[in-house]
Design a protein around this ligand. Sequence first.
Ligand SMILES: NC(=O)c1ccc[n+]([C@@H]2O[C@H](COP(=O)([O-])OP(=O)(O)OC[C@H]3O[C@@H](n4cnc5c(N)ncnc54)[C@H](OP(=O)(O)O)[C@@H]3O)[C@@H](O)[C@H]2O)c1
Length: 242
Amino acid sequence: MELLLQDKTLLMTGGTSRLGQALVRKAAREGARVFFTFFKSFRAAQELEETGAQGFSLDLANVPAVDRFAALFKEKTKGLDILIHNAAATADAPIHKMSEAQWDAVMRVNLKAPFYLTQKLLPLLLRRTPSKVFTLVSRAGIHGLAGASNYAASKGGLIAMTQALARELGREKVLVNAVNPGFMRSSMTAHVPDEVLQKNLQESPLQTFSDPEEVADFLIYLSSDRMRQVTGQVFHFESRSF
Ligand SMILES: NC(=O)c1ccc[n+]([C@@H]2O[C@H](COP(=O)([O-])OP(=O)(O)OC[C@H]3O[C@@H](n4cnc5c(N)ncnc54)[C@H](OP(=O)(O)O)[C@@H]3O)[C@@H](O)[C@H]2O)c1
């Protein structure tokens, strides 16, 4: 049976996220050599390593730590086929209460780290043709989200960065695309009040939340050699976005 990611090397941040766990497991099953980063979820990371994937504890808000990780990763691998920027932080507050620290923390993890990690690992990506970079974005980055201007700005910036890098790196056959997974039940959305959840559902034509397994399947397909000519796109699972 053909494995979609046979002999591919894949690195994703936030492997311990709801979406990340599905993706790590599926990528390993599809034959990829899988590496992932995580922050605090040591137990989940340990369980994921049973798939053969290798996890690295890394605070993406800490630039020197990201630097050290990139140097270590370059020693470990000869090339990188797929880089997925999936980790994300939130620190919600209305504008009059949002501290500079809350603003910076979210921008560092959600926007600066994807820039910095892509820059540091670019030499590895350039050794594979084509190689692929994915960012996980959000409806908030296009339509905004009240009480989360830091998160919305970080995801809007990430969409713009995705499109800029697609233009910049296209000639070198690095494909760069964004996926908005839609509203998934995860630690990120656990605090959302029930009435907001119900409103979201009612506004969605399909009247369902997104299934992380389906989002992971889509990313696996995009990561495979079946997709070689798509770059600079934002794919939406969020049906309210059209
Ligand atoms: N859930 C949704 O409804 C939704 C909607 C639209 C877009 N998205 C996007 O989809 C992606 C996955 O979302 P999710 O809901 O599956 O996420 P999640 O379950 O909330 O997990 C967040 C991930 O980010 C990692 N992380 C947080 N702060 C970090 C830091 N300082 N350094 C390194 N890693 C850090 C966490 O690591 P540890 O667990 O190890 O601490 C975890 O792996 C995110 O980019 C999110 O913005 C989600």
